[in-house]
Design a binder for this molecule. Structure first.
Ligand code: F0G
Length: 458
């Protein structure tokens, strides 16, 4: 018999309690957190869908690796294992270990960027953009036109608009381009995948204008799953082969290993170019650590090396992508406006469509995030004008391109009934949608304001 039910392809060996708060308690807790879920204590959250980053459950093999970790300052055995795992996947011989993705970003973009430089991406993740802008350069998002319509079903809505890329390279002048960054999957663009064809086209343009092509590859395994099942000619390749083929097209890669390497902390920069590697090595040593540990403990590197292999297990990837799609399908069926099709690591809700009565400057995404917490103790993240909004010189909000809320699913952490609970919470959200009001920001920092901004209901 062929079973239709896709089960979690793992058993639970160690558990953590979830504390069940009441709705009354949550009203007080979210007010005390200034209506910003980043300011909540994790024990006050029932289902934590804030991020899939660093929240994975490690395998027993990874935990065994933690005990084996070699904590030597130089030449650690764990480093060589991490090096081999990253090299065998990326084919890039120069590897810099970093404590997480943004540490790699800082090292790379502080060197390649600066005033007058321009970077292009299908969509820069918020820390990527912040690291580019912090050093005075400009970050421009050029997602495919298809991505604009959240209800349109297309296989690769994470793609970059390659015509636009070429047009902008001509406009700014090739020598001013810091790099082209392809984010796979496209996290801020809805967790949508990028096709191999798109990567080939970008390679061609970068060759023509002699521009560096970087992959932001933190969800490369999930992206490979979509390529295998959606792109013509790729169906007979393994997930690892597909990932290798994509790395082969790039000059370098930055990975936050907190996603598809199944670790709680870690990352790397991988490069082909000797001179660039030499420059970046100095920066690594100044702020992260010596070349054979970067910002990591030996045990972290050991777990990373194991996780980077486990992630390509076909049974795991099928469960991962299909269980995320299950949540998406159920929300879609009950009329929740989600970004279609469902992405790999998360379901994105179009808060502008859910709450058409709340204008962008009253932050509809923030309103939904607060509702989810109040009603279900669910923590999610706004990816809209709170995260990406800017102010004009006159102090008016320039809204983000979309008002999304992300339900990110930690890897191997929640079971089917947790997901059913989320679906049930949404039926309540739908019933209550007319009564929800917007928010104003009462305090905010200059960079990455969504982490610490304080809000007040209108
Ligand atoms: N690039 C992408 C596409 C990301 O999604 C992230 C992190 C980073 C870079 C930075 O990596 O956190 O290890 O420094 N994304 C997390 C998220 C935070 O919730 O999506 P980091």
């Amino acid at each position: 018999m062929i079973h239709k039910t896709i089960i979690e392809p793992f058993k639970i060996k160690s558990v953590e309690p979830i504390y069940l708060t009441t709705e009354q308690e949550r009203l007080e807790l979210i007010e005390a957190a200034h209506y910003n879920p980043f300011l909540l204590h994790s024990t006050d959250v029932i289902i934590d869908l804030l991020t899939d980053s660093g929240t994975s459950a490690m395998s027993s093999e990874q935990w065994a690796g933690i005990m084996r970790g070699d904590e030597s300052y130089a030449g650690s055995q764990s480093w060589f294992k991490m090096y081999d795992a990253v090299y065998s996947l990326t084919g890039m011989k120069h590897i810099l270990p970093t404590h997480q993705g943004r540490a790699g970003e800082r090292i790379v973009y502080s060197h390649l960027g600066g005033p007058g430089k321009v970077f292009f991406s299908n969509t820069h993740f918020d820390t990527t953009r912040a690291n580019i802008e912090f050093y005075g350069a400009t970050a421009i998002d050029i997602p495919t036109q298809e991505a604009k319509d959240t209800s349109l079903i297309r296989p690769f809505k994470g793609n970059m608009d390659v015509d636009k890329l070429e047009e902008l390279i001509k406009h700014y002048g090739a020598s001013n381009i810091g790099a082209v960054i392809l984010t796979v999957t496209n996290n801020s663009g809805g967790g949508q995948p990028v096709s191999m064809q798109n990567a080939h086209q970008i390679r061609k343009v970068c060759n023509q204008y002699d521009i560096l092509f970087l992959l932001d590859c933190c969800r490369i395994a999930e992206n490979s799953y979509f390529i295998k099942h959606r792109e013509e000619g790729m169906e007979n390749k393994s997930y690892v082969e597909i990932a290798r083929e994509m790395f082969n097209l790039a000059d370098g890669a930055i990975m936050s290993a907190k996603k598809d390497a199944l670790v709680n902390m870690g990352g790397f920069v991988a490069l082909r170019d000797d001179a660039l590697f030499e420059e970046l090595t100095s920066l690594l040593i100044i702020t992260e650590g010596f070349t054979t540990y970067g910002g990591l403990s030996g045990r972290d590197m050991e777990a990373l090396a194991i996780g980077l292999k486990e992630i390509f297990d076909p049974h795991y990837l099928e469960y991962r992508v299909k269980s995320t799609a299950y949540l998406g399908e159920h929300l879609h069926q009950m009329g929740v406006p989600i970004m279609l099709p469902t992405g790999g690591h998360a379901v994105y809700i179009d808060a502008k469509k859910l709450y058409p009565n709340i204008p962008p400057h009253e932050y509809p995404g923030q309103a939904l995030v607060v509702e989810l917490y109040k009603i279900g103790g669910i923590r999610a993240v706004e990816i809209g004008s709170v995260m990406f909004g800017k102010y004009s010189d006159g102090g008016q909000l320039i809204p983000a391109a979309a008002e999304l809320v992300r339900l990110a699913i930690p890897r191997r952490v929640y079971t089917q009934s947790h997901i059913e609970y989320v679906i049930e919470t949404f039926s309540n959200i739908m019933r209550n949608r007319e009564h929800v009001r917007g928010y104003e920001i009462v305090e905010e920092p200059k960079f990455l304001r969504h982490f610490t901004a304080k809000f007040q209901p209108l």
